[in-house]
Write a protein that binds this ligand. Structure first.
Ligand code: GDP
Ligand code: MN
Length: 397
């Protein structure tokens, strides 16, 4: 799950990282009011930033500076309602603008193959890291944190030197890099990215200037599987920016991942679902989704799963593969017949149900007398049939 910048910055602040103060506004007037105290306490300008879950907001006109509360209101009016790469801007972040002396990139990600946290740093900050990786791969430095002890001081220093960030900011950098690691572990994040991490100049009352490292942007993604133990993070989920299909699947407790094929799959158990997809591919077909309806699925859950599958217009045939254990075959069969009655689009379905109450399931399906429902005795037969049917079927309205 991706977090909005203002949520990500809150998590950084909780770990004591240097983030300029900010507020969040949903209307231009609110943005103007949010800017007032910053100007009152000496800010020369504020920055107004679109809060959407896509990168490159700056280039898309989603990050603007303003020199007065009135101007903050005006630029907020320009940014709110913008469509940035398909995301509608509903909120802006307002913060005192930083005077940037230099921009860096710093992130940590979970490196599954190394089973460690990988830090990436670059003096090419402010631009998207994918672009740096493509154009100047040598400008990115990498270091793995210690698997048990986390990022050690010497590792952080090494990274700093490679980023040409030694000297006066070395200690700050070490604290920040270790803070990213702490943020990652505390929140079960799989990515914490600061771009730009900036040297920011502050002008002091005695006319001298002070330069400090500050996190001006933050991107954090949380491991979905860990959300159960972080209700406070789950509450940060932005439903407005999620695919409605994903939202519906989660509400029903279904694991559903859309793919590009034409054969919808309804299976119980993740392992069986993977195997079913493999068999479809081996038989020359392409699965349209991964779907695990889970153990003990009742008729209404089966019907909901069927709606998710049929919401995908490229589905031409459906394979139902149920190994009845805790899930009862008759419940699933009832769900299929029920779903059939509700649905507008008729797509041929090949059904293989074995295990608990399989015979009853077969009777329920036969009694339904639906020519689009074909029962298969074995999994091999089911797969062969569904691939043949999908190949021969045009999508019917
Ligand atoms: P992104 O484009 O979505 O990554 O959004 P960022 O928050 O990284 O902002 C994009 C760019 O806007 C940064 O790289 C900076 O150059 C600029 N920017 C962001 N915040 C400030 C700020 O407080 N002051 C100034 N002067 N520029 C800023
Ligand atoms: Mn950025």
């Amino acid at each position: 799950m991706k977090l909005q910048e203002y949520h990500a910055k809150k998590l950084l602040l909780e770990r004591g990282l240097p983030v300029p103060e900010f507020s969040v506004a949903e209307t231009p007037a609110e943005a103007g009011r949010a800017a007032l105290p910053y100007f009152a306490t000496g800010a020369g300008r504020v920055v107004v930033k679109a809060q959407v879950l896509v990168g490159g907001r700056g280039k898309a006109g989603g990050v603007k500076l303003a020199a007065s509360p009135e101007e903050a209101e005006q630029v907020a009016a320009q940014i709110l309602g913008l469509d940035i790469k398909g995301s509608l801007v509903r909120r802006v972040l307002v913060a005192p603008a930083a005077e940037i002396a230099q921009e860096f990139y710093l992130s940590c990600v979970l490196d599954r193959s190394a089973r460690k946290v990988l830090f990436m740093g670059s003096a090419e900050g402010g631009v998207e890291i994918e672009q740096v990786a493509a154009e100047k791969p040598d400008a990115i430095s990498y270091i793995h944190a210690h698997a048990h002890l986390g990022l050690l001081d010497y590792q952080a220093r090494l990274l700093a030197y490679e980023m040409d960030l030694g000297g006066p900011h070395l200690r700050e950098f070490v604290t920040i890099a270790k803070g990213l690691y702490a943020t990652m572990i505390a929140n079960d994040a799989d990515l914490v990215e600061i771009n730009p991490l900036a040297i920011v100049r502050d002008h002091l009352p005695d006319a001298t200037a002070r330069e400090t490292l500050q996190c001006l942007d933050a991107k954090i993604t949380i491991d979905d599987s860990a959300l159960e133990r972080h209700p406070e993070l789950e509450a940060m989920r932005d439903l407005d920016e999620e695919d409605p299909v994903d939202v519906a699947a989660r509400q029903q407790g279904l694991s559903f991942i859309r793919l590009d094929g034409t054969i919808g799959c309804m299976v119980n158990g993740a392992g069986l679902a993977m195997t079913t997809m493999d068999l479809i591919k081996r038989a020359g077909g392409e699965p349209a989704n991964f779907l695990d309806i889970g153990g003990g699925a009742k008729a209404d859950k089966v019907a909901a799963a069927m709606r998710l599958i049929l919401a995908d217009a490229s589905v031409r045939a459906i394979l139902v593969n149920i190994f009845g254990g805790i899930a009862r075959g008759d419940e699933v069969a009832h769900g299929l017949v029920e779903a059939r009655a509700q649905q507008e689009r008729h797509v041929p379905m090949v059904v293989r149900i074995v295990g608990t109450n399989a015979q009853e399931a077969a009777r329920i399906l036969a009694d339904a007398g639906d020519p689009d429902i074909q029962a298969a005795a074995s999994l091999d037969e089911a797969v062969e049939r569904v691939v043949a049917v999908a190949g021969a079927t045009e999508v019917r309205a």
